[in-house]
Design a protein around this ligand. Sequence first.
Ligand code: HGY
Ligand code: MN
Ligand code: MN
Ligand code: MN
Length: 412
Amino acid sequence: MTSIPYIDEARLWKRHMAMAKIGALPGGGVNRPALSPGDAQSRSLLARWAEDLGFSVATDPIGNLFVRRPGADDSLAPVMSGSHLDTQPTGGKFDGAFGVLAAFEALQAIHEAGIVTKRPIEVVSWTNEEGSRFQPGCSGSSAFTGAIPLDRILAAVDRDGISARDALAAVLSSERGMAMRPLGFPVAAYLECHIEQGPRLEEAGIPVGIVTGIQGSRWFAVEVLGDEAHAGTTPRRNRRDALVAAVAMVSALERLMLDEEDRVRFTVGRFEVQPGSPNTIPGRVFFTIDFRHPEASTLKRLGDQVDAVCRAHAGPCAVTIEETFHSLPTEFDPTVVAAMRGAAERLGVRTLDLSSGALHDAKFLQDVCPSGMLFVPCEGGISHNEAENAKPSDLADGTRVLAETLVALANA
Ligand code: HGY
Ligand code: MN
Ligand code: MN
Ligand code: MN
């Protein structure tokens, strides 16, 4: 077994800092919305690094970006690794970017070591993992795997009324000459590195997490419609106050989702009130629900009650509830998990098994090919926050285990 001689920790960190300059925020974070000019810039930077090393670069009809190093038998399905370059509006330097840059560093280290792998190895940057600008998230991986039809994904519209289709066209038109592949192709195995976005690895003082699975997620969009009216003259009996109804819905949902073991994750991340004037009764409220749980039965039991609870608290208002995303709890492939464990042992890197509270593209890849994830600690477990931080040595340890596993799987 050829062990990876050299992952360049300084080069890996430098690439993170260069990538973080794109969409940099004054508070130290990053705002790189999916399919924005910043997203296009981050893709071009990765493509330039790849071409400088002689790797080939291609995209596909949803804008996923692929960097390929050929294998001895180049007709075989590739082993693939990556994550995403889009970020939350007040995101950090490492969420997503670490998975792409770790895969790229691993590819370069394998290349520089002159290791010939039977299978080709590909690095991928998936389009719109965050789902912040266009819902739902994981657009690139769910289109690639056929989980969600491409047309449905491209029909999504952001808050400014721009469709994902038009935003994607703008990004692709800025990349003249980029090779275009058909959507979806066979993948032998998929690995994704990611910061944990939680506190367990840091608390345990362990540099690498072997991810056993991902909890389930259900997203809903709720629109409450009442009547705009004068705040001073309209008696209660004549009011159809969309805010009062929406608040009653969220409070009732919060009570429904309460559980002693604290395993339910219930979040209302967007709550928009219109017209938003202090002395006009709100006529419209739009809010989102992000509900997660590790057990399919609880995800179904509680998620299936969202519609009825909202309707029961609508009062005189009208309400529409749309489920915009639904992904079941997923266990990663045991052979891939074993390959990662074996790689860590060979390298003498301590690991901890853990499940993922966050959703990742790897969930969709696991539906079509053996997949797995590696986590590294992030400071205080903080993510989706400008203060997100990680240690260069942990990023390098995760990348070492990734590279060693990629070589093992590409020669299996
Ligand atoms: O929402 C998520 O779990 C992912 O990190 N975007
Ligand atoms: Mn992420
Ligand atoms: Mn994220
Ligand atoms: Mn992810």
